[in-house]
Each structure stands twice: as structure tokens, then as C-alpha cells.
Design a binder for this molecule. Structure first.
Ligand SMILES: [Zn+2]
Length: 249
């Protein structure tokens, strides 16, 4: 039977995030040669995500991660709560994108990508704030150079008929999954303490070989279509783990 493989994703990466905790996380990742997916906000305007004074050399740090082979995802534009629309996934009834016009959405995507470019950062990955975006967003993504989405509930990455690759994101906690699949674990480190770091380190050290990278699986499953197994196996998982409080981000 296929084994579980894991990808680590860290959300809300912005100049005012919890750097003290982040330095610890980074040490663990580097020591274990884990290449995570980082959800970087181009121009954060959500005060709740600023927990320390802004880091002055933020973009230099982002470029360092990029050079290290870590994947940088576009985490919205300003991470603002503009509509109560849950979008395609309906995980949270709040969005910076879903429900807005095509023109408004295009402008935000273009501005976000432009900020990345101006700072020497390239991306091909979309990570919607609050997991909320709609069909309009999905259609616009290739127009700004984005061909892959980190989101959705499936066992393995798959490609939609329109050609966009979805790498599913199913977990918000460190879970030892007995079901074969590619499991993306989403983390919000702003409120982490020393205990969370220990959990992270222990989880990684126990199953170092089970870790893969976002880029590797996006390539590996580029021709896969979503199928029945995704739905059935996930219903089981969903009953147990999903929709925990950690999800309300
Ligand atoms: Zn976020």
C-alpha cells in the first residue's frame, strides 16, 4: 500500500510575523533538509498578522529562502477580509477575492505578482487567504503566471481539465496519516511556543524520509485527474480531523 508523504506549508509570512519562533522553525527545517512551501503576503494590510515590528530586510529573507529551493507562494495581495464569500472550498466565509469582479481580482493578482517581481521573487503557486477564492480567480491565475494551487481536499495532486494543478492541503496539525497520499500540513506560527517547535522537530525526525516537496509532487502528478478514491478516503479523514478550530484563519 502506498505510504503517506508530507509537505510542510507555513502561512502568513510577512514583515510583522513572529520572527523569534520563525528562526527556530527555520533551524529545524534546514537541519533536516526540509523544503517547505511558504505563503508570502505581498503587501500585508491585516493588522492581526503583525505581531512584532516589521522586519526591515524582509524581501532579502524571502530571496534567501527562494535561493535555498523553498517554494514561495502568492498568499493573496493584502490579506484583507473584503467579502463574506467562502469561494469554491467554503472553509471560511471570508475572502479577499471570492465574490469580487474579474477586474478587481485581476488588479490585485497583478499587483501582488508585481511586488514579488520588484523584489526578485518569482512564483507559480497560489495560496488564497482563508482558502477562499472562486472560479473567476482560478481562471485568472494562469494570466499572471500561476499554474499551481495549494488547496483543496484530495488524496493526491491532480490537474483540472483547464490545466491548473491542485496540490491538496488537508491537515492543520501534525498527524501520522495511515492512508497513502500527499498530505500538506498548514501551519500558522504566529502563536506558536516552545512546545510547538518540539512537536515539529519530533514529527520531522520520526519520518524524515516521508517528506517530499511541493515542486516534486506538482511535477509527479501533473497528469493525474481527481477520482473517486479522493472523495471516499477523504470523507473518512474529514470526519476525524477536518474543520478543527485551527482552520479559522
Ligand atoms: Zn493567511
Amino acid at each position: 500500500m502506498a505510504k503517506a508523504r508530507y509537505i510542510l506549508r507555513f502561512d502568513d509570512i510577512c514583515p510583522g510575523m513572529n520572527w523569534r519562533v520563525w528562526e527556530e522553525i527555520e533551524r529545524v527545517l534546514v537541519a533536516n533538509n526540509i523544503k517547505p512551501l511558504l505563503a508570502v503576503i505581498p503587501d500585508n494590510q491585516n493588522p492581526a498578522l503583525n505581531v512584532v515590528p516589521p522586519c526591515e530586510d524582509f524581501w532579502e529573507r524571502v530571496r534567501e529562502w527562494q535561493e535555498r529551493g523553498w517554494t514561495i507562494g502568492l498568499h493573496g495581495y493584502q490579506h484583507r477580509h473584503l467579502t463574506d464569500n467562502g469561494g469554491i472550498l467554503r472553509l471560511n466565509a471570508q475572502s479577499e477575492f471570492a465574490g469580487l469582479s474579474e477586474a478587481e481580482q485581476r488588479e490585485k493578482l497583478e499587483k501582488g505578482v508585481a511586488i514579488f517581481k520588484a523584489n526578485g521573487v518569482t512564483t507559480h503557486v497560489w495560496i488564497a487567504p482563508s482558502h477562499s477564492f472562486d472560479r473567476v480567480t482560478a481562471r485568472l491565475l494562469p494570466q499572471v503566471g500561476i499554474d499551481t494551487i495549494s488547496d483543496g481536499l484530495a488524496l493526491y495532486p491532480y490537474t483540472e481539465p483547464e490545466g491548473v494543478i491542485w496540490v491538496p492541503q488537508q491537515l492543520w496539525r501534525f498527524r501520522d496519516m495511515k492512508i497513502g497520499g500527499v498530505w500538506t500540513i498548514c501551519n500558522h506560527h504566529n502563536d506558536w511556543d516552545a512546545k510547538n517547535i518540539v512537536t515539529l522537530r519530533t514529527f520531522i525526525e520520526k519520518r524524515r524520509d516521508a517528506f517530499t516537496t511541493f515542486e516534486a509532487v506538482a511535477t509527479e502528478y501533473a497528469n493525474r485527474r481527481k477520482n473517486l478514491a479522493d472523495g471516499i478516503a477523504l470523507r473518512v479523514v474529514k470526519g476525524k480531523f477536518w474543520l478543527s478550530n485551527a482552520l479559522k484563519r
